[in-house]
Design a protein around this ligand. Structure first.
Ligand code: HEC
Ligand code: HEC
Ligand code: HEC
Ligand code: HEC
Ligand code: HEC
Ligand code: HEC
Ligand code: HEC
Ligand code: HEC
Ligand code: HEC
Ligand code: HEC
Length: 570
């Protein structure tokens, strides 16, 4: 049979659109499934709803499964239908109409309850339109555009205290920098803010002009150095005047409006963009090129004492077997061997640990200096005479040691009662007996010769000389002197290191101290040792370490960035 299906759509203006479709079929099936002749793509319609047959006794509709149908508003499961009948299928109305020639069945189909028509139906019931408020689309566009212009442009531009007013009224940076903040009241230019500023800057966050000193110009360094007067630069501008070395803006590294916490200038390229080819930027550059800790970083060059008496230090690469001249003798290996470490007081052998001498400082990053009295004095007793075996001199300058010896022997001689048989009678007399002038002179002479003898012993290789380089020195009251001791505290001043962050790594992994026989050995780890754990910024199988993990930027030994003229001295 031939079936004509006409879909009706009602337009807003009331007219009706029609779309006719003719299909040939045995029965006219209705449902959401694609195999149906009347195929209704609507979630509210079952897959197979009903079928319309053209039987011997006329048209006949039957619902499939447990579905129901609405026939002229009464619920049925099957029924005969005639022209004019309306069958309700979910949200659709199917109406049987008079067929034209050559057509067996003709139906019209109309969606009477569209999905999501709630808003439309509400709107249709409302009688408020833009036109009713007295506005056309054109005039309302103008209105809203003007509001935007006023709030976001005119008010910020005109309000007193705003960036523009300040700039055009008194403008000059010099004036501004006299007071730290002018005002932190909100102005209309706050409407331009692009994000929260860091906590340290909140006290003037609304004073946009404190940083944005010139309209339509990127934040200038002078705005920052107006407050950060004490911030030191990175390089000496006199030594390195090239524009490409001195033109990095503060805001390149210190972006603001990124939230309450300052964004650390951690990105490697902030440093490596300049450091990767410094040799091309500076003729005769003394530093090697660096671009990444994992793949392109030079060997460490600790700063090692070469001549402490003349104050000479030198940076020497760990690849060039540096030798340290500290003027202090100390064999680590011997002291780590308990069999040789007999404490002369207790008579017991002691197993020294690294921590017996090396104690972290308060920050935990570096190690406190080794001190003679604290770390050596228990075993290395500064005794000087068998007649007073427990008596020691204090550890100090040779002239002090000499004076102490002299005072000790003088008071002994004047007191008397010394048992030493080689001593003159006056010194061996019964203690307390008074002395005549001549006797006193003789006693003090003895004291002086004992002082000389004991100091020869003390300053010899057995005592002071076991640890120190002792020299003869006529200008010193003792006749001796001790070469200055310089044990480096900071070996690699161009970087920072933190022992605290490596407290679970054994000392021996970085310092081959327990095999070192001479203090001239430099016991520092090479870069390859660090690279087993630390990689460059992009490392995935190592700790990603960027330049500022180990280096600072602002250097206290370089001039401050601000200058009286407001020009950069970076
Ligand atoms: C502490 C200094 C400081 C203050 C105060 C400040 N800004 Fe900024 N602002 C910056 C810096 C730095 C940048 C980065 C610009 C650059 O690279 O030159 C920036 C950038 C911007 C940008 C560009 C978009 C962006 O995020 O890079 C806008 C817009 C802006 N600021 C608006 C404001 C407004 C509005 C105020 C006042 C309410 C304000 N700023 C106050 C420092 C400041
Ligand atoms: C009105 C004065 C003022 C201006 C202008 C200013 N700062 Fe600051 N800034 C401060 C004060 C105060 C602090 C907190 C104390 C300190 O570290 O000196 C601070 C802190 C900082 C810090 C450290 C933040 C922290 O919490 O560790 C950085 C980085 C900084 N400012 C960079 C800048 C930069 C870059 C500019 C220019 C865009 C700038 N400042 C402009 C006053 C100012
Ligand atoms: C090449 C990047 C770079 C440039 C350019 C730069 N800084 Fe820094 N700044 C740093 C780094 C790195 C730190 C160390 C703090 C950190 O670890 O985040 C720092 C720290 C600071 C601090 C915090 C206090 C301190 O000394 O640790 C202030 C304030 C600061 N810089 C101000 C400035 C100012 C002002 C300028 C411009 C005149 C400027 N900086 C230029 C990288 C830079
Ligand atoms: C625009 C170029 C430039 C940028 C950017 C730059 N540096 Fe430098 N850096 C230099 C120059 C030039 C020297 C040599 C300075 C000198 O010898 O006094 C130097 C020296 C150094 C030194 C040796 C310092 C010393 O005490 O002798 C270190 C470490 C260093 N930079 C690390 C960094 C780090 C980390 C950054 C990024 C936060 C950085 N640099 C950004 C140019 C730059
Ligand atoms: C009895 C004290 C003592 C003990 C124990 C000791 N040290 Fe030392 N250490 C010193 C003295 C003193 C120096 C300075 C000598 C010099 O000029 O190098 C020193 C220097 C060092 C240095 C500086 C680098 C160098 O080349 O001089 C390192 C690193 C070091 N010791 C590591 C260790 C480690 C690791 C241990 C444990 C295995 C250890 N020390 C045990 C006394 C000690
Ligand atoms: C636990 C006791 C003990 C401590 C603490 C100690 N030493 Fe020793 N030291 C000895 C003994 C014992 C010897 C002799 C070892 C040997 O030759 O068998 C010795 C030998 C030395 C020698 C070699 C002397 C020579 O003539 O060969 C030097 C140098 C030395 N110590 C310096 C130091 C310094 C510096 C300190 C402190 C940082 C120190 N010692 C701490 C017990 C100690
Ligand atoms: C067991 C080794 C040892 C002996 C023995 C020793 N010293 Fe020292 N001396 C040190 C150490 C370690 C230092 C560096 C740390 C300190 O000042 O305590 C030092 C430092 C000094 C200094 C300071 C040097 C400077 O440039 O700062 C003088 C002076 C000195 N000793 C004199 C003497 C005299 C004099 C004697 C003998 C009476 C003596 N010492 C015996 C280990 C020793
Ligand atoms: C991850 C490697 C590493 C480990 C682990 C390590 N150190 Fe160091 N140590 C260093 C480096 C790097 C330096 C040089 C730091 C500087 O002065 O620039 C250093 C320096 C020292 C110095 C010279 C003084 C100073 O503070 O610079 C002593 C002493 C020292 N270490 C002792 C120890 C002792 C003791 C241990 C074990 C508790 C230890 N270290 C563990 C790497 C390490
Ligand atoms: C894991 C720590 C670490 C990292 C990460 C690191 N460095 Fe170093 N860097 C050092 C040490 C340690 C030295 C030796 C310092 C000294 O000699 O005083 C050094 C030395 C340098 C030197 C001096 C070079 C020379 O000729 O001797 C420069 C420049 C330098 N680093 C720049 C950088 C730059 C740029 C980055 C980032 C790409 C970086 N470093 C990453 C630890 C590090
Ligand atoms: C056995 C592995 C290991 C070795 C070897 C090692 N480190 Fe580390 N290092 C670490 C770990 C783990 C941390 C902690 C990382 C963290 O806190 O994010 C660290 C942290 C650091 C930090 C502090 C970084 C920061 O952002 O606070 C520095 C600086 C550093 N190491 C330098 C070195 C140097 C220089 C060497 C070689 C002398 C070295 N490390 C060798 C494991 C190692």
């Amino acid at each position: 049979m031939e079936v004509s299906i006409t879909t009706l759509t009602r337009r807003k203006n009331g007219s009706i659109g029609r779309k006719e479709e003719v299909k040939a079929c045995e029965t006219l099936r209705i449902g959401r499934g694609a195999e149906n002749e009347i195929f209704l793509l609507d979630a509210r319609v079952p897959l197979h709803l009903a079928a319309l047959h053209d039987g011997a006794d006329g048209l006949f509709i039957e619902a499939t499964g447990s579905n129901d149908l609405r026939l002229n508003n009464s619920i049925v499961r099957k029924a005969h239908v005639n022209v004019g009948d309306i069958i309700g299928i979910g949200p659709y109305d199917l109406c049987i109409v008079e067929p034209t020639d050559g057509i067996n069945i003709a139906v019209t189909l109309e969606l009477v309850q569209p999905i999501g028509d709630d808003v439309e139906s509400l709107l249709s019931r409302s009688n408020l339109t833009i036109a009713k408020v007295g506005l056309t689309k054109r005039s309302s566009s103008w209105l809203f555009a003007s509001i935007v212009l006023v709030v976001f442009l005119a008010l910020p531009l005109l309000s007193t205290n705003s960036l523009f007013t300040k700039y055009f009224n008194d403008g000059s940076l010099e004036q501004k920098s006299q007071s730290m903040v002018n005002s932190n009241e909100s102005n209309f230019d706050v409407s331009w803010v692009s994000g929260e500023v860091m906590n340290s800057h909140k006290f003037f966050a609304n004073d946009c002009a404190a940083c944005h000193t010139k309209p339509f110009v990127m934040v200038e360094d002078a705005a920052c150095t107006a407050c950060h007067k004490e911030q030191h630069g990175h390089i000496d501008k006199i030594k390195f005047p090239a524009e490409e070395l001195t033109s990095t803006r503060c805001a390149t590294c210190h972006t603001d409006h990124q939230g309450p916490h300052p964004v650390r200038a951690a990105k490697q390229e902030l440093c490596s963009d300049c450091h990767n080819n410094l040799d091309q930027k500076v003729e005769g550059m003394h530093l090697a090129n660096v671009s990444d800790f994992g793949s392109n970083h030079p060997q460490f060059k600790p700063t090692v004492w070469q001549d402490p008496s003349k104050g000479i230090k030198k940076r020497i690469s760990l690849d060039d077997s540096p030798i340290e001249v500290s003027n202090l003798k100390f064999p680590h290996k011997t002291h780590m061997n308990a069999k040789r470490m007999r404490n002369p007081v207790t008579g017991k052998n002691t197993q020294l640990e690294c921590a017996s001498c090396h104690v972290p400082d308060i920050s935990g990053a570096y190690i406190q200096p080794v001190k003679m009295e604290e770390h050596c004095g228990d075993c290395h007793l500064l005794t000087f005479d068998a007649i007073a075996p427990k008596r020691t001199v204090s550890h100090g300058k040779p002239e002090t040691v000499y004076r102490e010896l002299n005072e000790f022997y003088s008071s002994l001689a004047l007191k008397g009662g010394v048992t030493d048989k080689t001593a003159p009678k006056v010194v061996r007399r019964r203690p307390g007996t008074p002395l005549v002038k001549e006797e006193k002179k003789a006693a003090l002479q003895w004291a002086m010769s004992k002082t000389e003898k004991s100091s020869r012993y003390l300053f010899s290789a057995s005592q002071c000389g076991s640890c120190h380089e002792v020299i003869r020195d006529k200008n010193n009251a003792s006749g001796y002197n001790v070469e200055p001791v310089k044990v480096a505290q900071i070996w690699q001043p161009k970087s920072v290191f933190d022992h605290g962050k490596h407290k679970d790594v054994s000392c021996a992994e970085c310092h081959a101290a327990d095999t070192s026989m001479k203090s001239s050995d430099v016991l520092l780890p090479k870069i390859e040792g660090c690279q087993t754990c630390h990689g460059g910024e992009a490392a995935t199988d190592k700790i990603p370490s960027t330049c500022i993990s180990c280096h600072g930027f602002h250097r206290d030994d370089v001039a401050i960035m601000a200058s009286p003229t407001g020009k950069m001295v970076q």
